[in-house]
Write a protein that binds this ligand. Structure first.
Ligand code: ADP
Ligand code: GN1
Ligand code: MG
Length: 364
C-alpha cells in the first residue's frame, strides 16, 4: 500500500492528523477516513483512491464531479437547503488540482466527511427506504436542467444491457479464462434465456419513447448519507457515474439493492426475495420528487426496470467471476459467483411477482 500519509500531505487540510483508516463498503474505490485536530476543533475528511481500472480518464471524471457538485450547490441553495451538508464538497490539492496523482500513477481525491451522518448497507424500515427514494428522486429533479452534453461518459455503455450481454458476458463465457464456466452453466443459461430483456429499454430509447436524462446510475442504498438523528436521507454521494442515462436505471438499481430481503451477497438464495412493501415505499419516495417529470412510458416500465437492473448486475457479477475477478472488489474466491446467483434469484422472484409490482406502481 502506498504511504497514505504522504498522499494526504498534498491536500489542504487544517490542523494535525490524529487518525487515518480504511472506510466504507463500496466495491470500486478505496476509501479512507482521516481525522484532524485544528486547535481543539475536529475535522474529518474522506480520501479516495480512484479505481483507474474502472475509470480510465480521471481528468474527465473529476471535471464531471466538480461540475455536478457546483451545479447542485446552487440548486440546493435556491431551494432553501444547506449545500455544505446536502452535496459532496471536494477539496483541491495544495497545487489547486482536482485530484492528486502520485509518482506511481495512483489518483487520489478528497472531500469533506458529511458529519453526523451514516450510510446503510441494508434497509431497516420502509420509511428509511422511502427517504432514500426521495433523495435520489430529488437528485434527478435538481439535475433536470444540467447541460447534459457537457458531461463525459465516465464508463461508456454503463447501463447498455444488451451491449454488456454481447460484448462482455458472451465473450467471458466463450473465453472462459479461468475454467470456471462449468461451475456455473445453469447461471449462464439463465442469463442467456433473458437476452430479449437486455435490449428492451435501449430499443425504447432508440424509438424515442424514453428520454435520456442526467442520472446517477449507481443508486445503491449506501450511496446516500442519512442524518444520524432524523434518519432523513441528506446527501447523495458516489457521483462517478453521473452521466446521461434513464430515470429507470436509477429507480431499478435502487430496488435491486434495497428491496432485496437479504444482502446482495447472501449465499443462501432461498432467502432472496423482493420485499414488496419496500418496493412500494421506494416508489412513493422517488415519484414524490421525480414523478411529475416522468412520461407514461417511464412510469409503465418502473417495475420492469427493477428486474432489468437486477439481471444486468447479476450478469456483471457472473462476467467478472468468469474473467477472474478483475472489476469488483471481492472478499473470497467465489464472492462474485455468490453475488451473481443472489441477483439471479432475485430476478426469478421479481418475475413471479411482476403483476403485483405493476399493481403497486399503478396504485401510487
Ligand atoms: P465506491 O465507489 O467504492 O462505492 P463511495 O464514494 O460510495 O465509493 O464511498 C464508499 C463509502 O464511503 C460510502 O458508502 C460511505 O459510507 C463513505 N463515504 C463516502 N463519501 C463520504 C462522505 N463525504 N462523508 C461520509 N461518508 C462518506
Ligand atoms: C458498484 O461503487 P459501488 O459499490 O457503489 C458498481 C455498481 C454496481 C454495484 C453492485 C462504478 O457500486 O454499478 O451496481 O457495485 N459501480 C460501478 O453492488 O461499477
Ligand atoms: Mg458507493
Amino acid at each position: 500500500m502506498e504511504d497514505i500519509k504522504k498522499v494526504i500531505d498534498n491536500f489542504k487540510f487544517k490542523g494535525n492528523m490524529t487518525d487515518c483508516k480504511i472506510f466504507g463498503s463500496g466495491h470500486i474505490n478505496t476509501t479512507y477516513i482521516v481525522s484532524y485536530n485544528d486547535n481543539g476543533k475536529m475535522h474529518r475528511y474522506i480520501i479516495q483512491k480512484v479505481n483507474t481500472n474502472v475509470f480510465k480518464n480521471v481528468d474527465e471524471l473529476m471535471d464531471n464531479v466538480f461540475a455536478v457538485t457546483s451545479f447542485l450547490r446552487e440548486k440546493i441553495k435556491a431551494n432553501g437547503g444547506n449545500p455544505d451538508r446536502e452535496t459532496l464538497h471536494y477539496i483541491r490539492t495544495i497545487n489547486g488540482d482536482k485530484y492528486y496523482k502520485s509518482k506511481n500513477g495512483s489518483c487520489y481525491r478528497a472531500y469533506r466527511f458529511v458529519e453526523n451522518s451514516k450510510s446503510c448497507d441494508s434497509v431497516d424500515s420502509p420509511e428509511i427506504f422511502e427517504k432514500s427514494g426521495i433523495a435520489f428522486g430529488r437528485f434527478q429533479k435538481y439535475l433536470s436542467d444540467f447541460p447534459a452534453t457537457t458531461l463525459y461518459e465516465t464508463i461508456p455503455n454503463f447501463h447498455n444491457t444488451i451491449w454488456r450481454f454481447e460484448n462482455e458476458f458472451l465473450p467471458a463465457v466463450k473465453n472462459d479464462m479461468k475454467n470456471r464456466a462449468d461451475k456455473c452453466r445453469e447461471d449462464i443459461e439463465f442469463v442467456a434465456e433473458r437476452k430479449n430483456d437486455c435490449s428492451y429499454l435501449v430499443d425504447l430509447i432508440e424509438n424515442e419513447k424514453l428520454p435520456v436524462r442526467v442520472t446517477h446510475n449507481d443508486t445503491k442504498l449506501n450511496n446516500v448519507m442519512f442524518d444520524e438523528d432524523t434518519n432523513d436521507a441528506i446527501c447523495v454521494i458516489d457521483l462517478d457515474t453521473v452521466m446521461p442515462g434513464l430515470a429507470l436505471y436509477d429507480f431499478g438499481d435502487a430496488i435491486r439493492f434495497g428491496a432485496n430481503t437479504c444482502a446482495e451477497d447472501e449465499a443462501d438464495t432461498s432467502k432472496v426475495a423482493i420485499n414488496l412493501e419496500y418496493f412500494g415505499a421506494y416508489a412513493r419516495g422517488f415519484l414524490k420528487e421525480a414523478g411529475n417529470s416522468l412520461n407514461q412510458c417511464e412510469i409503465d416500465n418502473l417495475a420492469f426496470s427493477a428486474k432489468l437492473m437486477t439481471l444486468e448486475c447479476g450478469m456483471r457479477f457472473l462476467t467478472d467471476y468468469l474473467n477472474g475477478d478483475t472489476y469488483f472488489k471481492t472478499d473470497y474466491p467465489e464472492h462474485n459467483l455468490v453475488r451473481a446467483r443472489n441477483q439471479l434469484a432475485l430476478v426469478k422472484d421479481m418475475e413471479n411477482k411482476m403483476d403485483k409490482m405493476v399493481d403497486i406502481i399503478k396504485n401510487i
